[in-house]
Design a protein around this ligand. Structure first.
Ligand SMILES: NC(=O)c1ccc[n+]([C@@H]2O[C@H](COP(=O)([O-])OP(=O)(O)OC[C@H]3O[C@@H](n4cnc5c(N)ncnc54)[C@H](OP(=O)(O)O)[C@@H]3O)[C@@H](O)[C@H]2O)c1
Length: 264
């Protein structure tokens, strides 16, 4: 007998939601998505639905934390006894979601937009390990790799490094591209060539130790590399990067206490 495809409701259909919904996911889950205009779309059938049945196996929370903290209760009508809540929201604690929805069937995950290419490194936190069944594993694995964390605060760390991190990395790579172009003017530097350079270095240097050795191996005394590296070090770049990560982590920790309108 054919088994029924599980049904999921995505509450919020923005940047992250759209990168989680891949062809692969749609092949084994029926997905409905709700937006701010209270319109529900059947994503598999590509059409609006006029009536919903609250028979969702999974509800993904993909709204911004401030939306949840202000209007969370209004989503309770979509839940049934069998529904497992999967919160992707930064900062909103499990206990807050439990109180809002009066259920303990909740897990928190921290995926990232790289899910679109099955490359999210998703961190997962739950109090009750029994909630993690093979169906759920299959769904979360469709985003990329999964890492279970034991402590809820580790989700705040994952939010900084793996949730916001892709933006930090993209920004840093881009300023390197822009600086290379500025220096090379009037000669043409191809964006792709500089991006290729990043890829090549990371492909061969797969640990912090290897990266340290790599830097040493090309920094000969009084040479060109050393001139540049010494300057990077003197500008306390390490502290800047640490502080950027720390600020994102700290912001994630603050979110639950703030009911004001805030962006993540
Ligand atoms: N973006 C990331 O890389 C990332 C990574 C990890 C975690 N997260 C978390 O994922 C969540 C969503 O982030 P995002 O970047 O996808 O945000 P986003 O692009 O702003 O999307 C938010 C979505 O929520 C919808 N929405 C707003 N009010 C609503 C309401 N009352 N009812 C139903 N839907 C409503 C919006 O609908 P409209 O389209 O109609 O405005 C929009 O589709 C956040 O909690 C964030 O912390 C994001």
């Amino acid at each position: 007998m054919a088994t029924r495809k599980p049904k999921a409701l995505f509450i919020g259909y923005g940047h992250l939601a759209k990168s989680l919904i891949t062809k692969k996911l749609l092949s084994f889950v029926n997905i409905h998505a709700l937006n701010s205009k209270k319109v529900i779309r059947d994503i598999n059938l590509k059409k609006k639905i006029s009536k919903f049945h609250n028979d969702y196996d999974y509800i993904f929370l993909l709204i911004r934390p401030d939306t949840f903290l202000s209007f969370g209760k209004q989503f309770q009508k979509y839940l049934s006894k069998k529904t497992l809540i999967i919160s992707c929201m930064a900062g909103v604690k499990l206990s807050t979601i439990e109180k809002t929805f009066k259920t303990k069937k909740i897990i928190r995950i921290m995926p990232n937009v790289m899910a679109l290419n099955t490359r999210s490194q998703t961190h997962i936190y739950m109090k009750n390990k029994n909630l993690f069944d093979s169906n759920l594993k299959k769904i979360l694995s469709s985003f990329g790799t999964i890492t279970n964390v034991r402590n809820e605060d580790q989700i705040n760390f994952a939010t900084s490094v793996f949730g916001s991190g892709p933006a930090f990395i993209a920004y840093i790579v881009n300023i390197f591209i822009k600086a290379s172009k500025k220096l090379a003017k009037p000669y043409n530097v191809n964006d792709k060539d500089v991006i290729e350079l990043f890829k090549n270095i990371l492909e061969t240097n797969t640990s912090s130790k290897k990266l340290d050795e790599f830097v040493s191996s090309i920094s000969s005394k009084k040479g060109t590399t050393q001139a540049g590296i010494n300057y990077i070090k003197s500008q306390r770049t390490e502290k800047i990067i640490y502080t950027s990560l720390y600020k994102a982590y700290k912001r994630a920790k603050e979110i639950d206490g703030s009911k004001k309108k805030t962006k993540t």
